[in-house]
Design a protein around this ligand. Structure first.
Ligand SMILES: [Cu+2]
Length: 137
């Protein structure tokens, strides 16, 4: 009977130790996961604006972004409708904002490092000069 009690105490202590250790491990894992989520995303936000006077031009001819989820924040202060589309060097369109006039529009595109072209999809606008280079590093 006495031996059995000692054994129970020993088991209880062993279990307590395991639970305590387990708790510590969980906290460490959670902290590491949070750090990875904060630093692992990459990407950046690029601001592109259209000419306020209604000419077929963006205010930027070349913009830079970080590889990952790249957000295009487009602001068109003019009454003439514009958008911002992005295509790769093979001419494949990867994404675009809504067409807006005197408004803002945004879109997020997953981009690998490389050189891309941004342009306006409204007929005649790209040909009129609404395009530029998007460098992703
Ligand atoms: Cu346009």
């Amino acid at each position: 009977m006495k031996k059995a009690s000692l054994l129970l105490v020993a088991i209880a202590l062993a279990l307590f130790g395991l639970v305590a250790c387990g708790g510590d491990d969980d906290e460490t894992t959670a902290a590491e996961t949070t750090t990875e989520a904060t630093t692992g995303g990459g990407g950046s936000t690029v601001a592109i604006t259209a000419a306020a006077d209604g000419t077929l031009a963006y205010d930027q001819t070349e913009v830079d972004a970080t590889a990952g989820e790249v957000t295009i924040d487009f602001d068109n202060p003019a009454a003439l409708s514009h958008d911002v589309a992005v295509e790769d060097d093979a001419g494949t369109e990867l994404g675009k904002t809504d067409i807006v006039a005197q408004d803002t529009a945004t879109t997020t595109i997953d981009l690998a490092p490389g050189t891309y072209t941004f342009f306006c999809t409204v007929p005649g606008h790209r040909e009129g000069g609404m395009e530029g280079t998007l460098n992703v590093k």
